[in-house]
Each structure stands twice: as C-alpha cells, then as structure tokens.
Ligand binder design. Structure first.
Ligand SMILES: [Zn+2]
Length: 133
C-alpha cells in the first residue's frame, strides 16, 4: 500500500527563506550525532530534489562547508537558521529540517539515529541508500 504524500510548508525564523516539501503526514526523520548536527539539533527529513521547492529566499542563503565539502550547509543570512541543506549522505537530494516545518500538516515523527560521528562505519558506501522518487 502506498503512503499518501502531502504538502508541508516551512522556512527559517525571519521568514525570508520559505519552501514546500512533499512527504508523508507521519514523517520519518533522522537525528545525527556528527559535529554539525549535534550542535544545531537538526532533524533530517531527506527527500529527492523533485519533492522540494524553494519558494523564496534564495538571495539570503549562505553556504558553509567543511571536511569533505560534499554537504552544502545553507543558512539564512538574516536570522541564521538552517532550514534545509544538501546533505553528504544524499547529495542528490535535500535534507529539510523537520523542526522548521509549519505546524498543522505533520501528524507525528518517527525518529531514527544516524551515527554521523563514525561516518565511514555507518555508510560503508560513503552515502546513504538511494532515494525513491
Ligand atoms: Zn531567516
């Protein structure tokens, strides 16, 4: 049986960056313990690019990169909030910060853990499993 995909909206704190993302109502998200995600408290909702649309704020986005430089950490230059970015585990997709979604569409979250601190052991292929459109 197919899980129904619905539209969620979200964005940064100041409202410059706004996006929509297509995902189930019951969100499957991951919490990562790497140096970046643990400090930011980021909750990953990873989707194919085809399910993500940036509605506004492209001109406000700043990029921060470190380590392998694969991930493109995007944050709002006005308020500093990282509401989505291009993740190292899925550079062909988008990771939306589930904490930045507007209230009212998600019915809940199932959280699993990513051991990003031990990246090579957790992702022997160097990447996460391919995303399904
Ligand atoms: Zn902002």
């Amino acid at each position: 049986m197919m899980t129904e995909i619905i539209r969620h909206c979200g964005g940064c704190h100041c409202g410059k960056v706004r996006f929509e993302v297509m995902a189930p109502a019951l969100l499957e998200v991951t919490e990562c313990n790497c140096s970046m995600c643990s400090k930011a408290g980021y909750l990953h909702l990873i989707v194919p690019k085809s399910r993500f649309t940036l509605l506004s704020g492209q001109e406000c986005l700043q990029t921060y990169q470190f380590n392998t430089g694969t991930a493109r950490h995007l944050f709002c230059s006005v308020c500093g909030v990282k509401s989505f970015y291009i993740p190292r585990s899925h550079p062909e997709g988008v990771s939306v910060n589930a904490r930045c979604l507007d209230e009212g569409t998600a019915t809940g979250m199932q959280v699993s853990l990513t051991d990003g601190r031990n990246w090579e052991e957790f992702y022997p292929q160097g990447r996460g499993a391919p995303l399904q459109d």
